[in-house]
Ligand binder design. Structure first.
Ligand code: FES
Length: 154
């Protein structure tokens, strides 16, 4: 259940886009920025306010990988599993991250500090194996370096 205050925040976002022809994605992006993810009650509220069927909103949210339906960690770790990184042992980096965070890729730690994702290329193959934490790149990784790096974000 959304609080009156949260409903009002969403209403203000809707009002700013009311005159646009295709505002749904922009509204969803801004709601996600406001809450850090898209709470289900927020989607129901958008459906009522925008008079768009829930099924359509749900279709958009599940189609685009940029939208998250669960709370996200404050820090997002992206481990590259592309060819160059794979050859240089990225699975060992991922294994180490799973172990120290206690989660698998696609999950968020209970304390909401970290979300773990895998990607196909971070565009810095010459640094393989590579991971990103938020906007920071870490290259030529070894499993031993990973824990020290992650601890800097705790
Ligand atoms: S394959 Fe890992 S950065 Fe390109």
């Amino acid at each position: 259940m959304l609080s009156k205050e949260d409903e009002e925040k969403i209403n203000q976002i809707i009002d700013r886009y009311r005159d646009d022809s295709g505002p749904l994605i922009s509204i969803l992006q801004e709601v996600q920025t406001t809450f850090g993810y898209l709470p289900k009650d927020a989607l129901f509220h958008l459906s009522r306010r925008l008079k768009i069927p829930e099924s359509k909103i749900w279709g958009v949210v599940t189609f685009y990988s940029q939208f998250y339906l669960e709370p996200r960690g404050r820090n997002t770790i992206k481990v590259c599993l592309g060819t160059a990184c794979h050859v240089k042992g990225s699975d060992k980096i991922l294994d180490k991250l799973r172990k120290i965070l206690g989660i698998k890729e696609g999950q968020t730690t209970k304390d909401l500090k970290f979300s773990l994702e895998t990607v196909r290329c971070l565009g810095t193959c010459f640094l393989a194996p590579v991971m990103m934490i938020n906007n920071d790149y870490y290259g030529r990784l070894t499993p031993d370096r990973v824990e020290h790096i992650v601890n800097q974000y705790r």
